[in-house]
Every structure is written in C-alpha cells, then in structure tokens.
Design a protein around this ligand. Structure first.
Ligand SMILES: [Zn+2]
Ligand SMILES: [Zn+2]
Length: 423
C-alpha cells in the first residue's frame, strides 16, 4: 500500500469527500533526514518530547534541524505523562513565536502537539518513536480534561517521520500495543456497520474495506514482530498510519474506534480516578476485543425482545456516581444530550434482526481473537490479573456512558441490562 499515493485523496460515491491534509509520510531508515528540506524555511522550531523519546530520537532529529530549534519541552520519563491541562499549559508556554512544532514520541506527546498546534495555528510534524497506536495520522487529539477522556477534533500533522531502526527497537510492549490497536478494528468496524443499520449512521464501504484489508495484512505478522523483523515493523507502522488516514477521510474515528476502545477508555479513566494501574492503550484495546466478541456471541444466542431493558432514573444516577465519582455528572449530561436512555430500540432490532445477526456474526469469535493475541505474546490471564471481575463488569455496563457513540455495548444494555457477561 503506497501511503503517499493515498494522501492525494480517494474518489468515492458515499458523498463524503475523502481528503487528508498530511503532506508526507516517511517510514524508512533515517527518515528524519527529510527534516532538512521540510524545515528549510523555519527559523523557530519547538521540540516536544519526554526524556525517553528524546533520548532515542532527539539528537538525530535536531541534527537535521541545523540550529533551528528555538525551544524544547521535555517532560519527565516517569510517571506516565497525562495529556491534561498542566501538560497543555507547559507546551503552550513555549509556543510564542514558534513556526513549527515537532513532537518526538508516540501517543501522549503527539496528542499534546496536535492539540496545541491546532489551537495556536502552528503546523506540526511527528517523529514516531514506537509503532504503538494509530493516532499518528488522525485529526483527533485524545486528551484528559476535567478528568474526562475527550477526543478533540484538531488537525493532522503536516508530516510523519518514522525511522525504522528506532521504532524496530521500541519496547516490545509498545509493538504489542500497536498490533493490539489494529486487532481492535475487528470490533470497531463491526460496531460501525451495526450502528449504520440500527441508527442509519453514515457508513462508507470503501473506507471499511480499506481498514479491513489493512487489518488482514497485519494479523499474520505477529511472529515476525516479536523478532523485530524490519519489514514487518514497517508494515505495522504503515498500517497504523493508514488507519489514521482512514479516520481523517471520514472526519471521525468511527472506522477505528468502537466498543473495544470504550473499554480501554474506561480502564484509563477509572484507573486515573482510583489510582489503579491500567495497561497501554493498544493492549487494553486488544484484550477488550475479546470481551466485545463475547458480547456479540451472547447477543447472537439470545432472542430479540419486544421491549428493551430500561433503568429507573434514580438507579441510573446512583450507578453513575458509584462508578464515576467526580465525573459522573459529565457522563449524565452527555447521555442526556444523546437521549439514548429514553429511546426504545426493540422495534428497530426486530425490524432488522436478520441483518443485525449477520453483522454480529461477521466478527471473529472470542477464541479466534484470543488465539491472535496469544500469537503476539498476550494472554487473557495477564489481563484478568490487572482488572478485577468487578471492574470488568462495570466496564461492560458503564463504559458506554463515557462516550456519545452507539456500539454493541448499547445493544447489550438494551437486551441484558445490568446482567453479568458470563451469566
Ligand atoms: Zn466513501
Ligand atoms: Zn486506539
């Protein structure tokens, strides 16, 4: 797949223009050498990194900037950087007079750069240090503001540079995470199709196929990725960037993020709220993909009811406060705005029953997903040792409340209410 050809845009009949403002993507040895020409007109560049990412790629990046660095914001290597108000402020404080921001790192550093770059109208480039998530090319900045995980629509980077020698040597956990983020597309794509049938939500078959093909190309790479095979690492990195471009093409993260991401956001948010550990984004997504596959199997085995489950308002509010504490009201407000709790979807499910069952059955079974995860060295036992059965149960019922998006989690609620998954 030639990513740079894709950047020119994709003709389509779906009615949504598939264009992307990224100008260049380089995934190759010494990719940063391109900075010399890309930054030739810049005089004041701001470098954003953390101690770890700066150590692996800082000197090499700056060598090609030839003295154009005007400021650096290097965050501590630990504890884990959180993309919250403090971190935003630290970057913004150094953005005056800057003509370009270069983020060196993966997830959080990039989200921060994306957010500040968009607000301050300063273009930004990405120097990728790990193939750990699919956000490099996306326009959404996943931030944690007011204690909530909020994806702000920002803009895409003007260029993405990934030195295969550097990303090949990223911590194995980050490679597993990137692979896991891609495996999550089985679930995300399925949710997209489901919502288009249930809610008439916008759907594009071409973008669906683009992401699905990328997913299929990535699945068999596990063994080679564990061996840090350069070509496979490159294919994974390109897959992650390509999925980001697919998101830019439709203007939302729909093709790449569904119920499995709601689980991962739930673990991250409640982990921060409760000072409990949580796993790397893509690894949570990978494990959650097994859970959402179980959900689909349970729905497939059930009869669609004539009337959906409905919770009493007071009971619902109590549940939100019990699970989300200080951010409960934000969740309640969001869901009041969406209005899904007040809707009765039983007739819709029954009217489209055959189609819905066919969609749900398209997603691989939980055992198949588990096998794929095992192939990259991830096991459900490790997952269950981090999250208690109670936390998993809460995520099953309440992760949907963090988000405005309809996924199979809503269908589970409609059919089974607060019932446990294994019941
Ligand atoms: Zn389209
Ligand atoms: Zn993701």
């Amino acid at each position: 797949m030639d990513i740079n050809a894709l950047l020119a845009g994709l003709p389509c009949t779906c009615g949504h223009p598939h264009t992307c403002d990224i100008q260049a993507v380089y995934v190759e040895p010494d990719a940063m050498a391109h900075l010399r020409e890309l930054c030739s007109a810049d005089r004041s560049i701001l470098i954003v990194a953390d101690e770890n990412t700066y150590r692996v790629a800082g000197a090499q990046t700056e060598r090609y900037l030839e003295g154009r660095t005007a400021a650096r914001q290097i965050f501590p290597g630990s504890p884990l950087l959180v993309p919250n108000e403090d971190a935003i402020e630290a970057v913004e404080a150094k953005a005056d007079g800057i003509t370009k921001i270069i983020g060196i790192g993966s997830g959080v550093v990039q989200d921060l750069c994306k957010y500040v770059s968009f607000n301050r109208h300063i273009p930004y480039y990405i120097v990728a240090t790990a193939p750990s998530m699919d956000g490099y090319a996306s326009s959404g900045a996943a931030m944690i503001t007011g204690g909530m995980k909020v994806t702000y629509s920002a803009h895409v980077p003007a260029a993405i540079l990934a030195d295969t020698e550097i990303i090949r040597n990223a911590p194995m956990e980050m490679i597993q995470a990137g692979y896991g983020d891609i495996i999550g597309k089985f679930s995300a794509l399925n949710d997209w199709k489901l919502s288009s049938t249930v809610n008439g939500e916008y759907f594009c078959q071409q973008i669906y196929d683009l992401v699905y093909d990328t997913l299929q190309r990535t699945v068999p790479l596990a063994k080679a990725l564990l061996a840090r095979d350069e070509q496979s690492i490159r294919t994974l990195t390109e897959a992650l960037i390509l999925v980001g471009i697919a998101m830019a093409f439709v203007g939302t993260s729909r093709p790449a993020s569904g119920s499995e991401h709601h689980f991962s956001h739930f673990f991250e948010i409640t982990g921060i709220l409760r000072s409990k550990p949580y796993l790397a984004h893509g690894i949570d997504v990978a494990y959650a993909t097994v859970l959402t596959a179980r959900i689909r199997q349970k729905i497939l085995a059930a009869r669609f009811p004539a009337r959906c489950f409905h919770m009493e308002r007071t009971e619902y509010e109590q549940e939100m406060h019990r699970v989300f504490g200080p951010i409960a009201q934000s969740c309640i407000d969001l869901q009041d705005k969406m209005g899904r709790y007040g809707q009765e979807r039983a007739q819709t499910y029954l009217a489209h029953e055959e189609e819905i069952r066919a969609i749900l059955a398209e997603c691989p079974r939980p055992e198949e997903i588990e096998q794929i995860l095992n192939s990259i060295g991830l096991s459900m036992d490790a997952f269950c040792s981090v999250y208690s059965p109670e936390t998993l149960d809460q995520a099953l019922h309440d992760a949907k409340d963090l988000k405005d998006r309809y996924t199979v989690l809503w269908m589970y609620y409609d059919l089974f209410g607060m019932e446990a998954l294994e019941a």
